[in-house]
Design a protein around this ligand. Structure first.
Ligand code: ARG
Length: 458
């Protein structure tokens, strides 16, 4: 088929080269943005007197027809076209005749593709934001439920201090709030219109870039035409934000995987988000969490791929840049899938509070509180520390926990022990004593929940 750009070259390109060159396979998903951009462009050209109003009307009606036919499934993409921009132009010219060829006045595919991609990613950013918000809401709901559920807090994956499960969940809510901030920053910089930068140097026509940008919902225009067609920072920024988001989801997934093992049994993931083994009937595998952890590497890879593609490119457009789309689309699709399974998985998981509490008790994480008890009653810390250590050793030997030793036993070690000891070393009391802002006390968790809810309501 004769190329849209035939003229300079007369010979046909090779069929394999055509396939290699073509991007319609993956850029057809931007058909809507491409058509809306063209409608705004036709309107601007008419407003500026560059084309006539009747020509603009024909262009707009033709473009609207193409859009609705694609959406109704009546029109399918012609895969022999080089890209979505060529497809729409070809279809338009087939429908309305030569007027269709006027649409490409005062623009180039270089600014057009940048425009489409910014519009597309702006929408995807919004969708990802709402999925993250759903996940945060699920975390907050579970945190409210478990604001006083004791679990062991870990450092080095060793039991360290008692914390509330709600506190642990809220840590992830805070990370995700920052992810939302990053996405919103990224959206603001994405929302800048490159259309009218043309091939690289601007145009001799008296265009209205700001009017066209405003029609398309942009808050600003790219102020240097070379930059406008060469910049893919908005893709990199989105993928950086998504990489950090995935890192958070991956750490959480890792914990869910550990917690749902027989060894921990802190949670049971809902059946709908686990799988069985084909040969081991006892198994319930946390596949979704593992896939989220696994797909994190893939999103990092997408970011690295585009960073590497761009690093050596001279200004302005180079065909290498067509590689931007598969990376960024893959990152966006992957993150959306991960978020879509994560939120209901959290909402539906069973929390085994008794197992968490038993693990906290079995870790003797209140041994310091036993020592503190004695210190408060006049014993020097070193001696108190030694007694507490001896009591722990005794518990280990007897298979008991500190809370279960009778007072008569405690009295064998020191006369200072009294009935009020049990209240002091109760794990809930120990956690409740962490009253500093941001600590694990119930009041602090409530404050965190209130803060996150306020952020979500904005
Ligand atoms: N399909 C191309 C891309 O995705 C569109 C821009 C092509 N411009 C050009 N002069 N070849 O980057």
């Amino acid at each position: 088929m004769a190329k849209m750009w035939a003229g300079r070259t007369a010979g046909e390109t090779d069929r394999i080269a055509d396939d290699f060159n073509s991007s319609i396979r993956f850029d057809s998903r931007m058909y809507r943005q491409d058509i809306l951009g063209s409608i705004a462009h036709a309107a601007m050209l008419a407003r500026q007197g560059i084309i006539s109003c009747s020509e603009a009307d024909a262009l707009v009606a033709g473009l609207q027809g193409i859009l609705s036919d694609i959406e109704d499934g009546k029109l399918s993409f012609d895969m022999s076209c080089e890209d979505i921009h060529m497809f729409v132009e070809q279809e338009l010219t087939a429908r309305i005749g030569d007027t269709g060829k006027r649409l490409h006045t005062a623009r180039s595919r270089n600014d057009q593709v940048a425009l489409d991609l910014r519009m597309y990613l702006r929408d995807e950013n919004d969708e990802i934001v709402s999925l993250v918000r759903e996940l945060v809401a699920a975390l907050v709901a579970r945190a409210e439920e478990h604001r006083a559920t004791i679990m062991p807090g870990y450092t080095h994956l060793q039991r360290a201090q008692p914390i509330m499960f709600g506190h642990h969940l809220m840590a992830y809510a805070m990370m995700l709030l920052r992810d939302l901030d990053r996405l919103s920053d990224c959206r603001a910089r994405t929302n800048c219109s490159p259309i009218g930068c043309c091939a690289l140097a601007g145009t001799t026509y008296d265009t209205d870039r700001r009017g066209e940008a405003a029609d398309l919902g942009f808050s600003d225009i790219c102020r240097n035409s070379l930059d406008g067609v060469s910049d893919r920072d908005f893709c990199l920024e989105l993928m950086s934000a998504l990489s950090i988001l995935m890192m958070h989801l991956s750490r959480f997934s890792e914990e869910l995987i550990l917690w749902s093992s027989w060894e921990f049994k802190f949670v049971e993931l809902p059946d709908a988000y686990t799988t069985g083994s084909s040969i081991m009937p006892q198994k319930k595998n946390p596949d979704m969490a593992e896939l989220i952890r696994g797909k994190t590497g893939r999103v990092y890879g997408d970011l690295m791929a585009l960073l590497t593609t761009l690093k050596g490119l001279p200004l302005a457009y180079n065909k290498d840049m067509q590689e931007d789309k598969e990376s960024v689309f893959d990152a966006v699709d992957t993150v959306k899938m991960c978020l879509s399974v994560m939120a209901p998985m959290i909402a539906g998981m069973t929390v085994c509070a008794d197992r968490m509490k038993a693990a906290a008790q079995g870790g003797f994480i209140n041994a310091t509180d036993v020592a503190d008890y004695l210190v408060k009653r006049g014993m020097p810390f070193r001696s108190a520390y030694k007694i507490s250590g001896e009591l722990v050793a005794r518990c280990i030997a007897e298979g008991r926990v500190l809370e279960e030793l009778p007072l008569s036993v405690y009295r064998m070690y020191s006369e200072l022990f009294d009935e009020d000891l049990y209240a002091e070393i109760d794990l809930l009391t120990c956690a409740e004593k962490r009253i500093s802002e941001g600590g694990t006390s119930v009041a602090s968790i409530d404050a965190q929940i209130a803060y996150v809810k306020e952020m979500l309501s904005k």
